[in-house]
Write a protein that binds this ligand. Structure first.
Ligand SMILES: [Zn+2]
Length: 94
């Protein structure tokens, strides 16, 4: 098994957690870390990415969801009729 082949996307620039705490676990599974994108807490995990990635907990996940609902993140323009005009009545693209 080779190292550093499964770094998650978006980890670039996260230099504090990249590999610095990588160590073998009890069964030879490397311990990896990432930073919660909401609160910045370092999360340690072994094996596959946690279901909560890139968050540390359910609460931060909900905070992020709330930001979407509050339109802190948004599409940079409103969708208009031209955006759906290319779809025919049968659902195929024109
Ligand atoms: Zn968090």
């Amino acid at each position: 098994m080779s190292r550093n082949t499964t770094d998650p996307p978006g980890a670039a620039g996260d230099r504090d957690s990249a590999g610095s705490e990588t160590a073998a676990g009890n069964e030879g599974v490397p311990i990896r870390t990432y930073r919660c994108s909401i609160c910045g807490r370092t999360v340690r995990y072994a094996g596959g990415l946690p279901a909560l990635y890139p968050f540390c907990c359910e609460r931060c996940k909900l905070i992020d969801l709330g930001r979407w609902f509050n339109e802190e993140y948004s599409i940079d323009r409103d969708l208009g009729p031209e955006d759906i005009a290319d779809i025919r009545e049968d659902g195929s693209l024109a």
